[in-house]
Write a protein that binds this ligand. Structure first.
Ligand code: PMP
Length: 419
């Protein structure tokens, strides 16, 4: 499908790195799962700000909370001062999220983005254990700064920074070898063998669903084996829930289903609930060995993000109703995707919850289907090192009817592209 060249950003290409994904429209306003563009068309959103908009665009309750706060003269920037907005977020997160799940974590604001949370986790793990090495997984994505990039798999993104990065190695993710049943026996063996020459790592960092790396989803028993290995060898387990967290898999933390309790959890994207930047690092209390000022930064803990984040926790996480609805509608999405996949040889459904998609036999199909979907009014992305997976990640607030329309568009686009 040829991209229509309709907007001013095309003219400005020599002056800005506009990086307009594959959607040439210029977007103006949005509500829920619909965006309007200057070309007069509206677009259904199966992208949700790459996971930053789990509650959709401009959710009225969050919008009202933000406007009320600003109109009443609420403080926007305060850095490390105590503010009422920060206190309300902390107590609400404790009461709505940690206490009901019997989780005991200390909360830290590592900077404005998910990458900052990953950096803080890697630094803390090295500081606390006194060890250097970090293990991460094939096809992992953890962010773009040097530390986070070191534990990321994608070689295109890594090579630009010059190798080697910091001290890390990749080990195979759950489905890397199809049919593998031994899980972590090999790692258990080399870590127990003083002659193996393999040094004990400070930490292992993992995603439950590889959001950028092709939507592989770890089995709960695999996560439990990983957690057990870490416990036995006193290796810290860092769970990067930046993309899969905040409800995307149908539970607040994507690791709840497996029953594991990571040592450190990274959150960002939808934690402010409104698309405002915010990151949170959850650390087991005994790991909090930072000196004051040892990990700081100007934009940590923005009050506007606290206000919308608190409103989101109160609106969606005061009981299990919202999560149940997410699980039901995610099952509808899966049925729709499975129906499409069944029509094409070798196509499989990947992912979990509202972080799911289809891998087609022909690696180039997903990008073409995404482009054809755009022409039909649907914003949908791809995932994987070769963009080989069509990735659907709608807002968790999307209706069944909207889901159906999006799936119908993908079905029509697939039929157009694959014949
Ligand atoms: N970890 C994961 C799992 C992610 O998906 C991302 C972003 N796609 C990041 C870390 C980095 O987050 P950010 O882009 O907010 O820095």
């Amino acid at each position: 499908t040829t991209r229509p060249r309709t907007n001013v950003f095309e003219e400005l290409e020599s002056q800005v790195r506009s990086y307009c994904r594959s959607w040439p429209a210029t977007f103006t306003t949005a509500a829920g799962s619909t965006l309007q563009a200057e070309n007069g068309r509206s677009y259904l959103d199966f992208f949700a700000g790459a996971g930053a908009l789990n509650y959709g665009h401009n959710h009225p309750v969050l919008l009202e909370a933000l406007l009320d706060y600003l109109r009443s003269g609420g403080i926007v920037h305060s850095l490390d001062m105590h503010t009422a907005a920060k206190r309300d977020f902390l107590t609400t997160f404790r009461d709505r999220i940690l206490v009901p799940r019997d989780l005991d974590y200390k909360l830290m604001f590592p900077g404005p983005t998910g990458t900052n949370s990953v950096e803080s986790a890697l630094k803390l793990a090295r500081k606390v254990t006194g060890r250097q090495h970090i293990l991460s997984f094939t096809n992992a994505f953890h962010g773009m700064t040097l530390g986070a990039l070191s534990v990321t798999g994608n070689s295109m993104k890594r090579n630009g920074a010059g190798l080697p990065l910091t001290n890390s190695s990749k080990i195979p993710y759950d489905d890397y070898f199809s049919g593998a049943t031994e899980d972590f026996l090999w790692l258990e063996r080399v870590l127990s063998d003083s002659g193996s020459g393999v040094d004990k790592p400070a930490a292992i960092i993992v995603e439950t669903v590889q959001g950028e790396g092709g939507l592989s989803a770890a089995r709960p028993e695999w996560l439990r084996a990983l957690s057990e290995l870490c416990r036995t060898h006193e290796i810290l387990l860092i769970l990067d829930d930046v993309q899969a967290g905040c409800g995307r898999t149908g539970e607040f933390f994507s690791f709840e289903e497996s029953g594991i309790v990571p040592d450190i959890v990274c959150l960002s994207k939808s934690i402010s609930g409104f698309g405002l930047s915010m990151a949170l690092t959850l650390i087991r209390p005994q790991l909090d060995q930072w000196e004051p000022g040892e990990h700081n930064g100007t934009f940590r803990g923005q009050n506007t993000s606290f206000v919308t984040g608190t409103a989101a926790l109160n609106e969606f996480w005061s009981d299990d109703t919202f999560a149940e609805g997410v699980r039901e509608r995610a099952a509808e999405l899966h049925d729709g995707l499975a129906q499409i996949a069944s029509g094409y040889a070798g196509a499989v459904v990947k992912g979990r919850g509202f972080l799911s998609g289809i891998k087609f036999q022909d690696a180039s199909a997903a990008s073409k289907i995404a482009a054809a979907s755009y022409e039909r009014g649907l914003l949908v992305e791809t995932s994987g090192p070769e963009d080989e997976v069509l990735k659907t990640m709608p807002a968790l607030t999307i209706s069944s009817d909207e889901l159906r329309s999006g799936v119908d568009i993908i079905a029509a686009a697939a039929a157009e592209v694959l014949g």
